[in-house]
Design a binder for this molecule. Sequence first.
Ligand code: UDP
Length: 458
Amino acid sequence: MVPIPHIVAIPYPAQGHVLPLMELSLWLVKEGCKITFVNSEFNHKRVIKALSENDDVQKKISLVSIPDGLGPEEDRTDLKKLTEAIAEVMPGKLEEVINMINECDENGVSCVIVDENMGWALGVAEKLNIRRVAFWPAAAAMLASLFSVSKLIDDGIIDSDGAILKKQGIKLSPNMPIMNPSDFAWACFPDPAMRKMVIELVKDNNERVKSADWIICNSAKELEPGPFAMFPQVSPIGPLLASNRLGFSAGHFWPEDSSCLKWLDQQPNNSVIYVAFGSFTILDSAQFQELALGLELSKRRFLWVVRENLLTDEAADNAYPKGFKDRIGNRGHIVKWAPQQEVLAHPSIACFLSHCGWNSTVESVSNGVPFLCWPYFADQLFNQSYICDVWKVGLGFKKNEFGIIGKEEIKNKMDQLFGDEVFKERALDLQAKVKSSVKGGGSSNKMFGKFIDWIKTG
Ligand code: UDP
């Protein structure tokens, strides 16, 4: 009898990384694999707490945890501290988990699937002689930029510490979209020490990732042909989460508030602006108020996700403009965390005012929903260029002389997007391409099939 593959999945400890790897894991369970999913202790507790009563994910997947090296109260948004703590503590703990599985499961661990940002875990698997898959949950173009870091240094685009030397947009290869050096992932760290650490980490990860048995990416050739042509060893298997959903909601750090689905049911088709900034983006209270006033000024319906930690300087509940909620009444609905994929699939949604995280981007694209782009940092700036300049399915905002996006700008861009049907038409075209990629015979579907065959024959 062929042994059941036992896979250990290791996400980077952030919401936008845990969710797509969880979805991939659930797909692999459906294909007959056993999964041990290794979260950091801090995130594991949040995931368990946020599970809905009906979610039986723990019957399907073994959810385990290891410490990330920080105390319970320490600031996990300090990425330098977090990265150093992870490197110190997690490798040894992961090795213990794998050894324990090898003792209990007669066939042992057949392969690991590791988030690209956790290259050290590929090192642990290599040491233990276990097959290795690197998982990249963002745009393939961003991975191509990481793979090109040494060339960018040699070509004088950045220096060896990641500082930008040439400001003009560049193409990594003739078929790639133009990339602005200020949009590269490491450029979002103003602290030179942090940037240098990221560059070193990228180089280290590149070596480990390139020697993995598979590099899989939650994107599709139809969305970004250039980077897949440039790095054919990167296999598109996506967008898994968005277009081929299994209907589970495990992996969230906050409980989903499904009240908004009932509210959406009462709204006319194609009328609601969905406003959400993912899990990490923050606003100060001046910008938050301006956004609220822009939504009010637009006179349009909206569903707004106001995470409990969305504001930098104040509790969100105290930050709304005076009388805002009374003036808005039932025209707007506010939740702390939405079932986003169900929201984006709802017929009343007309557009997505988004921070352009990759998961949010592919979820919206997969549902044919056009965008208003409000990127915050890291890959979100580049994802905005895909949305506005390459796929042309959305509009960006311009900041005013005070460095914020003003209420008139917000209202005007909403009017422009609603007033021009071409955005919706293009979004539907793109949706059709993505759907054909993930369904039987499509390029992502075929690649996923090959990947499963490899997993099963290990
Ligand atoms: N998300 C959600 N409910 C919300 C906001 C976000 O379920 O109210 C999910 C969203 O569907 C996506 C993930 O959280 O899968 C956010 O990932 P993304 O890459 O868009 O942004 P990040 O949080 O990494 O900045």
